[in-house]
Design a protein around this ligand. Sequence first.
Ligand code: ADP
Length: 678
Amino acid sequence: MKDDCLRFELTLEEILLDYQKVFSKDAAVAVKLQKKADFLYVQITLEGEEYDPLQETASLVLIKTVHKWDSAPSYEYQNAKKEIGRNVLTYKFKVRGSLRENLIFTWKYTRQSKGYLALAVALQLISVVFMIIAPILSAKIIVQLTDIAVYQMLWTALSLFAVNIASAAIMAGCNWAYNVVYNKTLTLLEAEISENVLQIENKAVEENGTGLFIQRLTVDTSNLATAFNTLADNISQICQYVGILAAMFIVSPLVFIAVAILLSAQIFMELRRQKVSRDNGRIYRNYAEKYTGIVGEMVRGGKDIKLVNAQQQFENDLKERITNANDSRMKWDADNRKYRLVIASVRESGALIFVALLGGLLFNGRLNVATALILFNYYTSLGMPAITLLGTILDFVTQFNLSSERLRDIMDDRFFPKESFGEVHKENLNGEIEFKNVWFSYNVGKLKTSTRWVLSDLSFKISPGETVALVGRSGSGKTTIMNLISRLYDPFSGTITIDGIDTKDLDRDSLRGSMSVVTQSPYIFQMSIRENLRIVKPDMTEEEMKKAATLACIDEEIEAKPEGYDTVVGEGGISLSGGQRQRLAIARALLRDARILLLDEATSALDNVTQDRIRESLDRIKGQCTVIIIAHRLSTIVNADRILYLQDGRIIAEGKHSELIAGCAEYRELYEKEEKQS
Ligand code: ADP
């Protein structure tokens, strides 16, 4: 949406400037907004001779073609028999999330428990009948009490007791059925949203931050899971109130009319409160999402925040976000309180008028005591609940629409693009990797930023079983190459192939299943070491697990722990040292037996001795798989079959270590500096 707004602003600005140039500076432009069905039309009209700004303005054409903007404006010249025609430009925006669409979306997840939903509604409707009978019985008791008809009164009291107990039992059953619906819906919905979140392109996750996803996965899914329950519950309650009103009408049409007027006044006030509350709620939720985002970072990055002494900065930022969230919630609450106070005054005045009316009718003999009591009971059970019900329904619709929009966005490729894979399935790839004229930038296609190429026309080929090292200064594009091979990102142009097949054509298992990637700070999950390893190979044997740990030089340390491989590591592997995390990740990678091994500074946290031991392990598997290594210390890659030296996203030299020392001044310089330091 942010991009849409920006595009709208930019294009409108250009159109207006263009019109100014062609017509006069003071030419009047009319803007008209119109909502039809699920679309919002924005019409820009200027009277005068025919002039199509879309043909002249290059960037508008660009937005239409390159950015494939669905809402790009269309041009039309209207001069239906008039002397002066009208230049009309129309933007057409799809309005998202109508209630109907959102309900259809949610029904997909509730449908499987529709039997329970039907049971809940049926039980609730039965209890509604009881609720209409109960006031009649209690009125009867009072009349019988005043008449001192003790025997009849006892019978009525017993009937009332039976009605109330039955009603409570039925409601318990009804709540149970609603609960089943809620749980089943939530399970399905959470599973699907989680699946979608995991498929979202890396880029989109980075841009949005984790808070947004956590908020949507927890709060919004829950709002949706209650949707049909709330709806059914509300409809049943409406039936109850309609039943009470009908009963009132039968007893006294005059009282019915008075009640209808009194209720309407309160309902009108409640509607006003709702409108204000809806707007306030939207503002609050936006701030809350930002707040959750930073809290997540604070907890995950707590250690680093302390170490870089950024508490103050973080606290300030946090305070600002908390203040924004709290202020907006306070305003929300304050507005609600104001309206509720007014509504309460209206309600109490209504009650007074109602009692006065009953008194008048009793006095005139147009009502007997029993009927007056029934009407009074009905009014008390109608008054506030009926009005709050309307509020609850509107609140629910607002929350429901917001939550649905947020969850549907997550599933929508336009807002959160998903990774897509090809159809080609290859069981045993050999591991030949080729880059052909690859161009890549992290910000290509973004509005308001000029493209900065990270890889420029890059071409190279790596043979199966070859060990290749990528060397170059920080920021030269080494990690980006790894990211492109594993398709965390796709190139802007050019192709990347594995065994001659474009990586875009390979299915996920063939591509990601054929490679193991170890990064500088690998993520270790909060589970046992064994489970952390099993995650990549569910059928691993004890022997395979130990062999991988031995190759990664971490076996002894794991076995020295009291619980050995069953030791549970903290979130993100926090209870392990940086070096242990890296070696566990290497073990995890080796366990997979993948044809391609990508090591991105995978041993940077290790001491020289351990690093040498790992290098020896890698030497042992040399030739069995293609290995690409990025290493901070050049001493770890001197034995590589080939070294590619990168500078600003281009290979400026390649060869064996000795060849580069002889022929590449930049490489020699890097190597000599390192030699001197050690
Ligand atoms: P290297 O691994 O050689 O240090 P990288 O491939 O990590 O270099 O980065 C190359 C360039 O791309 C750097 O200028 C870096 O700032 C930029 N870059 C890396 N990752 C991202 C990202 N996720 N978003 C935007 N820019 C990035």
